[in-house]
Design a binder for this molecule. Structure first.
Ligand code: M6R
Length: 607
């Protein structure tokens, strides 16, 4: 998704803007640009491609671009293909803007402006905002911005500069994130905290419809009526080290290896007297027990975490749980209302479909609980209750540690819910909680023995198609394994309920279609083994992921990945690690851009 940065201070802003943009690369982008007050006017340099391309263009074509106030942008194309002309900033010599989000009524505004003689260069929705600002501008930026905000519909974070006010940046947001950083005699805007960490840890979270004015290195924030606000200054507790690769070749590998700590940090503060406790989030055991139905709504990996949640909550607490893909949920007129709990799961807290599903649930009277990683994100702020996962920044597009902490939270909710609904005793609740607490150590062991996964990856690297099969919890894990592999290795893969294979899909099995069978559940082991044998009997290659104490013959699998044993119900906490590592090493062997796979964005803030 697009990234926005801005700087006002005493230093050379070109370098700061470029450096800050590079910290937002993880969001995914196809072009980049900056606009700087330089030599008495606004000068812009933008290009399709990476930040390195922008640097090159600045050096070769815009070397006179220097000043101490400017805005910058990384674009992830929505309206109009990636191209130089569609890149941001947009505007003219008088006004320049950068935008993240989508202006839904841009065509209407464009028609209005064309009738008044405006000529458009780009295919973007953003250019209509730049031209509308120009249309209304009468020397008063604040008034002009307010008029424009009254007319545009959709989601936006905007950074705006006016030639008449050379040391000033205006910033506004609605449904797209934006922060305002403050340092000594300098101020910043950014889509996310890592962009400013090198310069300051102090920042304000810009709320819906607030307008920030960064003037001569100072930041002031106003409400939409123009009243000056007293905002709480936040301090980021991430350090740059955490936001960098820490010696690993890729963020993804670093984040896979951070899982034991991330789980510890997420569960430990929520254990009281040996059982889960979410009272800090306003979620008491009594409140939890009273819900009629539970819905889990999310996208991608977060939705897969919800599938594990469904299984364990239903199994232990005997309450129905429905899991929905957010983009389907919001348009299927779901039967939800008072007495229901809707759990929205999101790493970024900014996923547009999940946010809209949350708003819909609230309108229908359901209580909403967000399981979110990014503090202060839109979903966290919109939900009635929030459980923050403490995974730290997840930079790699492929989600890994966020999934592990999300399922850890689901386990804790399931234990507490089961106990509060009298489905399990206090002793059993304590025992299960202790098993969960033992996960980080076991996971650490698995991560040390990554050689087997490297070997398996070497067996898969030339495949064009792959199947993942499993039953019950293992089916949910197969889905996550398959998504991980396809998104970073670009190998086509499908996950199948193992028992469904013979209802059609087995016809695809040949020796060039490897099958990864996930079989960690003792009660379903023999069933999945039968399906694996059916694959082997048809010439297919099978890799089985199972507990290390299970016997696997040559007629079942070609390779075995054995995992340390814990309660079957908690096996997903361990099973996911080899699936992530297989995807990672396959992608590395194929020479792909592991952390920034093609066509994907880290934070999907558009529908
Ligand atoms: O930030 P979110 O958790 O809401 O993101 C949801 C999905 O976009 C995300 O999990 C996506 O599927 C990942 N790239 C998968 O690795």
């Amino acid at each position: 998704m697009c990234g926005i940065v801005g700087y006002v201070g005493k230093r050379d802003c070109t370098q700061i803007l470029l450096d800050s943009l590079s910290k937002l690369e993880y969001r995914g982008y196809d072009s980049a640009g900056i606009a700087v007050f330089s030599g008495g006017g606004i000068k812009t340099c933008k290009t399709m491609g990476r930040i390195a391309d922008l640097k090159e263009k600045i050096n070769s074509e815009c070397s006179d671009l220097c000043g101490s106030c400017g805005i910058g942008h990384t674009r992830w194309a929505t309206h109009g293909e990636p191209s130089d002309v569609n890149s941001h900033p947009h505007g003219n010599a008088e006004i320049s803007i950068v935008h993240n989000g989508i202006i839904e009524n841009y065509q209407k505004i464009k028609d209005f402006l064309i009738k008044r003689g405006y000529v458009f260069e780009s295919q973007t929705d953003t250019e209509t905002v730049a031209k509308l600002l120009d249309h209304y501008y009468d020397g008063d930026p604040m008034e002009t911005i307010r008029k424009v905000l009254g007319e545009i519909e959709g989601s936006y974070a905007l950074g705006i500069i006016f030639k008449d006010f050379p040391d000033r940046i205006y910033a506004v947001r609605k449904d797209s994130p934006l922060i305002v950083g403050v340092g000594e005699d300098e101020a910043f805007i950014a889509s996310d905290v890592p962009a400013i960490l090198k310069y300051t840890r102090d920042y304000y979270l810009l709320e819906q419809d607030e307008i920030a004015v960064l003037d001569n290195g100072k930041a002031q924030i106003y409400d939409k009526h123009g009243a000056l606000l007293e905002k709480e200054l936040k301090t980021a507790d991430w350090d740059m080290e955490a936001a960098e690769k820490g010696g690993y070749e890729h963020f993804m590998l670093k984040e896979i290896n951070e899982q034991p700590d991330a789980i510890r940090q997420t569960i430990s503060p929520r254990i009281s007297d040996g059982i889960p406790c979410f009272e800090e989030c306003g979620l008491t055991a009594e409140k939890l027990a009273a819900y009629r139905n539970i819905f889990v709504v999310a996208c991608g990996t977060a939705m897969h975490a919800g599938l594990v949640g469904k299984y364990v909550i239903e199994k232990l607490a005997r309450i129905p749980v429905t899991v929905d893909v957010a983009s389907e949920f919001r348009y299927r007129d779901p039967i939800i209302g008072e007495g229901d709990l809707v759990i929205i799961v999101s790493q970024s807290g900014e996923t547009a479909d999940s946010l809209e599903a949350l708003k819909l649930s609230k309108r229908r009277g359901a209580q909403t609980l967000a399981i979110v990683n990014v503090v202060g994100s839109s979903i966290a702020r919109e939900a009635d209750m929030v459980i923050y996962t403490h995974a730290g920044p997840e930079i790699s597009v492929a989600s890994t540690k966020a999934y592990s902490v999300q399922i850890a939270v689901f386990y804790m909710l399931a234990f507490l819910l089961a106990y509060s609904r009298k489905q399990i005793s206090l002793e059993e609740c304590k025992r299960l909680t202790a098993v969960l607490e033992s996960v980080p150590e076991k996971l650490g062991e698995i991560l040390k023995s990554e050689k087997t996964c490297q070997f398996v990856a070497s067996q898969l690297v030339n495949s064009e198609n792959l199947l993942y099969i499993g039953r019950g919890l293992d089916y949910a894990l197969s889905m996550e394994g398959s998504l991980k592999l396809k998104e970073i290795s670009y190998i086509h893969s499908e996950s199948y309920a193992a028992g469904e294979l013979k209802h059609g899909t087995i016809s695809l099995v040949t020796e060039s279609m490897p099958v990864i069978a996930v079989a960690t559940q003792h009660d379903l082991f023999e069933k999945t083994v039968s399906n694996a044998k059916e694959v082997k009997a048809r010439g297919g290659k099978v890799i089985i992921v199972t507990q290390e104490d299970t016997e696997v013959g040559d007629d079942v699998a070609d390779h075995k990945i054995g995992l340390p044993s814990i309660d079957d119900l908690l096996m997903p906490m361990l099973t996911v690690a080899p699936l992530q590592l297989i995807a990672y090493y396959t992608s590395v062997l194929r020479g792909n851009d592991v952390d920034k796979p093609r066509n994907l964005a880290k934070s999907v803030t558009v529908e």
